[in-house]
Design a protein around this ligand. Sequence first.
Ligand code: PDD
Length: 290
Amino acid sequence: MSRIAYVNGRYVPQRDASVNIEDRGYQFGDGIYEVVHLYDDRFIDEDRHLDRLERSLRAIRLPMPLTRAALSLVLKEVARRNRVTEGLLYMQVTRGVSHRDHPFPTIPVPPALVVTVKRIKPYPVSIANWGGNAITMPDLRWAHRDIKTVNLLPNVLARQAAKEQGAIEAILFDEATGTVTEGAATNFWIVDEAGVIRTRALSHSILPGCTRSALMSELAEAGIAFDERAFTLDEMKRAREAFITSATSFVKPILKIDGAPVGEGTPGPVTTKLFEIFARHVKGGAKNAA
Ligand code: PDD
């Protein structure tokens, strides 16, 4: 069955789908995207993702391409037409098509909206084989990493460097302070040497991850303490455990960083507990409220 994409109001076979060469997303990276996990026909943390989409669009002065309710229907329809009940939804909004010029188009053009879905492997049944290794790299991104823009060149180069070194993620650090920001496409957490669960507080320096926020709600509900406090590379190297979170990683253990084992070099007890808590969040009817 050919995959179906939603492109500016039409559902089209993905192999025939195309965008104009003067789309500003293509020429300037002038756009916003979201990736949502679909599990058992439900969009996990849909409200959180749509809230962030609205926030990112506002930040770059782009209107929502559709009402939120209509967009939600499009997401469902793309999943339905592709018969995907477990997968990843990708949506992208750009500032539309106009002759190349840096300022916004003077004659208003509608934003361009594309939605696709792809199947993924079944949700990991256990944490045992879910982990991977990471490398560290300076964070070379722009100052507004809280906006989920399609400008991902530093992230792409960091992920490629990780891949070439047999790692699944690049952990980025701020060169001025020596503190960790986040992963190239994930939020990054440690269980520090005192046993405290830590991740950097929200600011312009990191993306406000939906998985991060959902996990924090679950932790609060379970009475498990965590600390939103930045840590240095040295603190990270002394950590007992490390893990990443994202719509595609869920809670994923990091076993080695730059070749050195984190703790025992196997998924630790805290990460394992959080993996289980998040699996319940996904499987147990996923509370979608932000
Ligand atoms: N990445 N930080 C960055 C830089 C990200 O790109 C992402 C998500 C996250 C985690 O956010 P969330 O929990 O909402 O997925 C953190 C997506 C999955 C991607 O680019 O494919």
